[in-house]
Design a binder for this molecule. Structure first.
Ligand SMILES: NC(=O)c1ccc[n+]([C@@H]2O[C@H](COP(=O)([O-])OP(=O)(O)OC[C@H]3O[C@@H](n4cnc5c(N)ncnc54)[C@H](OP(=O)(O)O)[C@@H]3O)[C@@H](O)[C@H]2O)c1
Length: 310
């Protein structure tokens, strides 16, 4: 089967200024850009490390790199609405605030601003949601793309949008353990989905691969024991690697990438690389996915996922 549109890669910034130092962020951007990729994802509240002094730090690093290198052709996806980086659900999605942010990020990123994305919405009140979408409509008329992330009631968004006509890009947590995709059923076939968390926050098949600076540890995950999905995954990898003539699949990151790449409606894959070697490895495997077929692997991973999260 031919892929209608291969998803592109999007560089994530959630850990920038937290577990990833500013010089490493610059190295990641240098490498990603030199490899020909342009899409970068950020959010006002990155890094979400609960340190008020770090609010907007990730975007500041990105802006600095853009300025230093006089970049004009990046595609920055900004997730907006959060008013702190404390992991609380407090946010402001009023039309006036979104328009202030449209202005703010238009000034800060200039031609590099590509997507304005609503970040987390638990509301069900239709008039309030309509107002937020009207702000995204103004952004779309100004040449930006409109995005959604962490929406509790996508069906309300889908209904209101029938009269507004936005083409959404939607970030979803989507990996071999868990997926938000079914929750967005009302927008299936009508939006471009962008999976994040493809490594489930940094899971490794072999617990010996964790160390003190592992991001799973910083995020409060279990780095002591092998994850229950590791053994069935190794069996699937063994099977996939029986097929010769294509690069071998060897780690959890490969599984996450293959799963996202072949999933329906996916237009981009978010990479949360911590260092350039990881980014280079992910780009290498992305090129393998774009060149060879790994649908067999996707199908096995999907069956396994359904067993873990029926
Ligand atoms: N819309 C939303 O609500 C939302 C939520 C979360 C994230 N995001 C976006 O998505 C991006 C990625 O999210 P995430 O950090 O949660 O993703 P993730 O892919 O689940 O986890 C990233 C971690 O996986 C490991 N990893 C990455 N590439 C690897 C490789 N090639 N080989 C081995 N391990 C690798 C690294 O862990 P170690 O450092 O321990 O090696 C890295 O910190 C974020 O930066 C952010 O831009 C959006």
């Amino acid at each position: 089967m031919n892929e209608p549109h291969a998803p592109t890669l999007v560089l994530g910034t959630a850990m920038w200024g937290w577990t990833i130092s500013p010089p490493t962020c610059f190295d990641l951007l240098d490498h990603f850009y030199q490899e020909g990729f342009r899409e970068v994802d950020s959010a006002t509240n990155y890094p979400i490390n609960k340190k008020p002094e770090d609010f907007r730090k990730a975007e500041a690093i990105l802006q600095e790199w853009i300025q230093v290198n006089n970049i004009q052709d990046l595609k920055v996806m900004m997730k907006v609405g959060s008013i702190n980086n404390l992991r609380t659900p407090e946010n402001n999605l009023s039309k006036s605030f979104l328009l202030i942010l449209l202005d703010e990020y238009g000034n800060l990123f200039g031609p590099n601003l590509d997507t304005l994305m609503i970040h987390w919405d638990n509301r069900s009140e239709e008039n309030e949601i309509r107002e937020s979408l009207e702000a995204l409509k103004i952004a779309q008329e100004a040449g930006l793309r409109a995005g959604l992330s962490g929406i509790k009631h996508p069906e309300i968004y889908a209904r209101i949008n029938e009269a507004i006509g936005l083409k959404f890009r939607i970030q979803i947590k989507h990996n071999v353990l868990y997926s938000d995709y079914p929750r967005y059923e009302s927008l299936h076939g009508r939006a471009g989905f962008i999976p994040y968390g493809i490594n489930a926050g940094g899971i490794k098949l072999d617990p010996k691969a964790y160390n003190e600076s592992s991001s799973l540890k910083a995020r409060g995950g279990n780095t002591e024991e092998e994850h229950p999905i590791a053994a069935p995954l190794r069996a699937i990898l063994g099977q996939a690697n029986q097929i010769k003539g294509r690069p071998a699949v060897s780690n959890f990151n490969h599984c996450g990438m293959a799963f996202a790449f072949h999933s329906p409606d996916v237009e981009g894959i978010l990479l949360g690389a911590s260092r350039v070697s990881q980014l280079a490895e992910s780009i290498g495997f992305y090129r393998a996915l774009s060149t060879y077929g790994y649908l067999d692997l996707y199908q096995s991973l999907n069956s396994l996922k359904n067993k873990f999260t029926p």
